[in-house]
Write a protein that binds this ligand. Structure first.
Ligand code: BGC
Ligand code: NOJ
Length: 815
């Protein structure tokens, strides 16, 4: 069953039923100001940091689901009927409903009893405000007499504190109202110099800013007293719960429309100009009015909306594809690219599964997100790499997370996830392959943000490599630390106290437990680093690094080989994890992927065998499970992974992030059919038809799909903020389609299914547009390239061949 359809022309997903299995959300905002919006206008917005600068309140895990958002109420003053034109929160029957999620905007439209509504929500590029562009149309023959009430609940800035510190927070709220603008200024009198504003372009009949006045005692959002009675109380919040609600009253004759623009924004005043008059406690609004006056104009809004569309058009045209499979096209051309942008912007901080208060920017997460983002905006990617590197520790390790507002490492979680540093090498390598901008390696970057500790980025990469080298265990494999990519494989944790964090509790010295996964990752990263050093002509060093990679490849292939697949790890006692000797968790997905990607076992048949074993034991109709058999009870020596019931999350769900590694691995073995087959199983568009089982949005990847050993196989969770986005994008574009930036030029080396006749790609690379047309002539993978009429050797188009051109035509024949 479906709850909507893709509109591939308009690059939108159109939801036609409001009660989707879960809220299906979208993101607003491009750089500093962001919003989450669900298909029934739920969600919230924040400036830069979802925890520290939250503008509006949202209650996660609430009843009914998805309570709180950008609410509007329409009231028919002739009949006293009132409803929510976005369905929530009143949930009255709508004669028509649609929600179109587009790139950076959402349009919700509805109709009830002849009153049509359309609301377009977006954040203009470069602005710190969201726009609700509302049009109400009277489709009745007779005149309609209507009120429109707006409603948002302000958050007292720090979302964590807001949700917990009531003894203080019920005493501090402050607002001001002037004309049609409501200003939220809690804590402004003391140390803050920012405030929020909620403005309506029309003159208002009344307003409310105290929640209880608007809602009435013991009432929910679904039946506010103000709306029911058709009056606003002009309440001024002093303490308790500040809200913003405007009431606009208007008449519409038959077929007449009214357009009303709401602005919800964030503004900072210079510290010396906070108040007006200066000695008062009254907000200085002089600095914000020009912004409000500019944005309440419909023409300005229209222009900004078309700018947003052009912005996305510009980004998407950097890579577009036409293949025989529509699911691939719409994901790569639109939704996958879009999700890569969202994960780049937000890492794992704010979604409908990530509360915005827990995790900031993850070190390994953001480095991997970059892999799918690089070509979209290399400038921003460059800055992100430098920000990440600046949180690295002098010993080469990394803070696991940092807060976006301060860009400082997060002490609560600390470091010691031993895979972390290696991802920085891979993201930097991807940046260099995309741009050829080696100047980034000379950028002077501090450690732990400490002034005076600056070293060139290249030195940071060096330390990433030595961090692993200096932490090898009894088999010569890398020590795992608190965890590797799998945050839940906590081999040094040994926790027996409820509530202890698996990730930060360490009860073993950490000198024994080793990770085969980090072994593979090290080989991948060290070789990528050596390639860079070759270009820099640092031959001696590159030879040394390559020898590290070779040694590690050998060790991993010996100590990490179980006979039919790669082991996952060795625990603190030196027992193998992910071995046929184990009774549970015999085989894991991660090492099969990463080792093959790193080239381990390609020449002795191990890789083929590993992927065949994986196919036999882990692959199912909903994708490839993380492990098998799932753990049925808690193993203290393995940690959080065994805390999940079988088939969920790291304990044997289809943890989607890892599936593209296998797709890439399959292309290394030349099997395009298997690679694509694996893709389609987790592809949200392909799964759209089973939306009542999958439950998450059909336009973005979810982190996890319940595995075959769970009671609910096929059920997805944790959509949006997942490394699945970047890795799928890379697996498809760079390995299946085979259009892969290299340090020496653009590679075109498709490994596609046997029955594909070909495909077309347009790809911008280092200032040149490559029009690539691939045609299959035989069943093999051999690829012959022809550039502007000239055959070339090999599959990398050398930079010298295309120098000075703006466009090139690439014909590729596969046989
Ligand atoms: C989850 C992991 C996640 C980790 C982050 C765990 O509970 O299962 O997927 O990476 O928390 O702290
Ligand atoms: C989600 C985390 O964000 C990511 O860093 C981790 O690799 C996976 N979970 C697997 O545990």
């Amino acid at each position: 069953m479906r709850y909507g359809t893709f509109d591939d022309e308009k690059l939108e997903y159109c939801i036609t039923q409001p009660d989707t299995p879960l809220p299906w959300i979208n993101y607003l905002g491009t750089e500093d100001f962001f919003g989450l919006i669900s298909n029934t206008a739920g969600g919230y917005c924040f400036y830069r940091d979802a925890r520290l600068r939250r503008l509006t309140r949202y209650r996660y895990n609430n009843v009914p689901a998805d309570s709180g958002g950008r609410y509007l109420y329409l009231r028919d003053r002739q009949t006293d009927d009132y409803w929510s034109p976005t369905w929530q929160p009143v949930q009255s029957t709508l004669d028509h409903y649609s929600c179109r999620h587009g790139l950076g905007y959402t349009v919700i439209a509805s109709e009830r009893k002849g009153i049509a509504f359309s609301g377009c929500y977006f954040i203009p590029i470069g602005e710190n405000l969201e726009i609700w562009d509302i049009t109400i149309t009277n489709r009745r023959k007779e005149e309609a007499d209507l009120s429109l009430f707006s409603f948002i609940e302000f958050c007292l800035w720090d979302a964590q504190d807001d949700a917990t510190n009531f003894q203080r927070n019920y005493n501090i709220a402050e607002v001001e109202v002037e004309g049609s603008t409501i200003f939220h200024k809690t804590e402004y009198r003391e140390r803050r110099n920012h405030f929020a504003f909620f403005h309506c372009s029309d003159p208002i009949a009344g307003f409310d800013t105290q929640r209880e006045a608007f809602l009435g005692r013991y009432r929910g959002f679904d039946q506010p007293q103000a709306v029911e009675q058709g009056v606003s109380f002009n309440s001024i919040a002093t303490s308790w719960q500040p809200i913003g609600s405007h009431q606009v009253q208007f008449h519409l004759s038959g077929d007449e429309s009214r357009r009303i623009i709401f602005l919800l924004g964030y503004h900072e005043n210079p510290r010396s100009q906070k108040f007006d008059p200066p000695e008062s406690n009254t907000l200085n609004k002089k600095t914000v009015y020009p912004i409000i006056r500019e944005w309440e104009h419909p023409e300005r809004v229209d222009r900004a909306f078309s700018d947003l569309k052009s912005y996305w058009k510009g980004i998407l045209q950097k890579f577009s594809v036409r293949t025989p499979v529509n699911h691939v096209d719409r994901m790569i051309n639109t939704w996958n690219a879009y999700q890569c942008m969202v994960t780049f912007n937000l890492s794992r901080s704010a979604s409908y599964f990530e509360s915005g208060i827990g995790r900031g920017m993850g070190f390994r997460d953001s480095n991997q997100d970059l892999l799918g983002f690089m070509h979209m905006d290399p400038e921003r990617a460059r800055q992100r790499i430098l920000d990440l590197a600046a949180t690295q520790l002098e010993n080469g390790g990394a803070y696991h997370q940092y807060q976006p507002l301060t860009k400082r490492g997060n002490n609560d979680i600390g470091s010691g996830f031993n895979d972390d540093p290696l991802w920085l090498v891979l993201s930097t390598s991807a940046y260099l392959r995309e741009t050829g901008d080696y100047s980034i390696l000379e950028e002077s970057v501090p450690f732990e943000n400490q002034p005076g500790s600056e070293q060139p980025l290249l030195e940071h990469l060096d330390r990433c490599i030595s961090y692993t080298k200096e932490r090898l265990g009894p088999h010569g494999l890398p020590l795992i630390g608190r965890a590797d990519w799998n945050d839940c494989l906590n081999l040094n944790c040994f926790s027996d106290s409820p509530g202890q964090s698996f990730q930060t509790t360490t009860n073993r010295e950490g000198k024994n437990a080793e990770s085969v996964f980090i072994g593979g990752l090290f080989v991948l990263a060290a070789n990528a680093y050596a390639d860079i050093l070759d270009i820099l002509q640092q031959t001696e060093k590159s030879t040394r690094i390559r020898s590290y990679a070779n040694e590690m490849a050998k060790v991993t292939d010996m100590a990490g080989w179980d006979g039919q697949w790669f082991l996952r790890a060795y625990d603190d006692q030196g027992a193998a994890v992910g071995s046929h000797h184990c009774t549970e968790g015999k085989i894991f997905i991660e090492p099969q992927g990463i080792c093959t990607m790193a080239g381990i076992g390609l020449d002795n048949g191990h890789a083929v065998q590993a992927l065949n074993s994986l196919n036999a034991y882990l692959s199912g109709k909903d994708g490839i499970a993380l492990l098998w058999p799932a753990f049925t009870h808690y193993y203290i020596n393995l940690g959080e992974i065994t805390s999940y019931p079988p088939g969920y999350k790291e304990n044997g769900s289809v943890f989607c992030h890892t599936n593209p590694w296998i797709m890439i691995a399959e292309t290394k073995l030349g099997d395009g059919d298997r690679a694509l087959d694996y893709y389609l199983k987790i592809c949200p568009s392909f799964r759209e038809e089973i939306s009542e089982i999958h439950r998450c949005e059909p336009y973005v990847y979810a982190q996890t799909i319940a595995g075959p050993e769970s009671p609910t196989p096929g059920e997805a969770k944790n959509s949006w903020l997942t490394g699945t986005a970047a890795w799928n994008y890379v697996a498809i574009t760079q390995y299946i389609l085979g259009i892969r930036p290299e340090l020496t030029g653009l590679r075109v080396e498709p490994i596609i299914p046997k029955d594909w006749e070909g495909f077309q790609v347009v790809r911008d690379f280092r200032g040149i547009r490559y029009n690539i047309s691939v045609r299959r002539k035989g069943k093999g993978n051999h690829c012959q390239l022809n550039i502007d009429g000239q055959d070339i050797e090999g599959t990398v188009i050398p930079l010298s061949v295309v120098e000075g051109k703006k466009q090139v035509m690439v014909q590729a024949i596969i046989q």
